[in-house]
Design a protein. Structure first.
Length: 108
């Protein structure tokens, strides 16, 4: 399958969708953030380090070539603490859905 047909087949699947990416400042999470943003999704990137999040946003803004690029939101939250994990996840989900007013389409 050529790159053009793949792009045409999937280019509208994420347009105007909301995608929450846990651990999206590097590695696979960052690559997913790049891809879904380029296809027009609102990307909510969560990570434990504020400066890494800010750096990831800068890299995402520079890397997106598509005119349909979606919005980027970020949220610093450390999910490594077991005693607060449930409330921390609830906080991230509240942000990602804007207090329940917006549908969250995908979580990565």
């Amino acid at each position: 399958m050529s790159g053009g047909s793949w792009s045409a087949k999937y280019s509208s699947k994420l347009l105007e969708k909301r995608v929450l990416i846990l651990g999206g400042t590097s590695g696979i999470g960052f690559c997913v953030a790049q891809a879904v943003r380029e296809f027009g999704a609102t990307v909510i990137v969560s990570g434990s380090n504020q400066s890494k999040l800010e750096n990831a946003v800068k890299r995402l803004e520079k890397s997106c070539l598509n005119s349909a690029k979606g919005t980027i939101r970020l949220y610093a939250q450390d999910l490594s603490e077991v005693t607060t994990l449930e409330s921390d996840l609830e906080s991230i989900l509240r942000l990602a859905t804007e207090d329940g007013s917006k549908k969250l389409d995908h979580i990565v």
